[in-house]
Design a protein around this ligand. Sequence first.
Ligand code: CU
Length: 172
Amino acid sequence: MTRTICAKTLLVGFLYGKSAWLLHPKTGFESKLLRTSEMVVIALVAASLAAGGVFAVVLSPPPSPCSGATGAIRSFTIMVDLTGYNGSQSHNGSWPVVSVQRCDNVVFTVINNDTQSHGFAVTYYSNAGLELVGGARQTLKFQATRTGEFQIYCTIKCSVHYLMQNGLLNVT
Ligand SMILES: [Cu+2]
């Protein structure tokens, strides 16, 4: 019996509390609602910031595999004339062939001994490459961050273009 009364008292108390809120919407109820919506906004902002952080991590490029590594400087001279790159006309297969270690700093010094323009490009590392007018001398520098075989080729349609399509850079 005592238990029943207690339960009834609690129920009445609960209902009274509820109706009190509903009867006075501009006091306790609304302020409670506002606080709740503020909490929701804060939670959404926090969530979007966290999501933004995740996206930033996903979208930013991975750190260079050579970051912190000081590779050796590897310099090569390429003479360009009517015999191709370093006389590639008289070589079967790839020529010139250049081999470096990954993370080496590669420096090509390209000298155009011809009167017409020639290009000098390296797949992946410098697809645009150099453009050298007759008599010009330019350097192409990059760090060999990726291993593999990369074509060295001319990008300018010249009279000996076919002699300048088969250079090779090996990065191991
Ligand atoms: Cu060419």
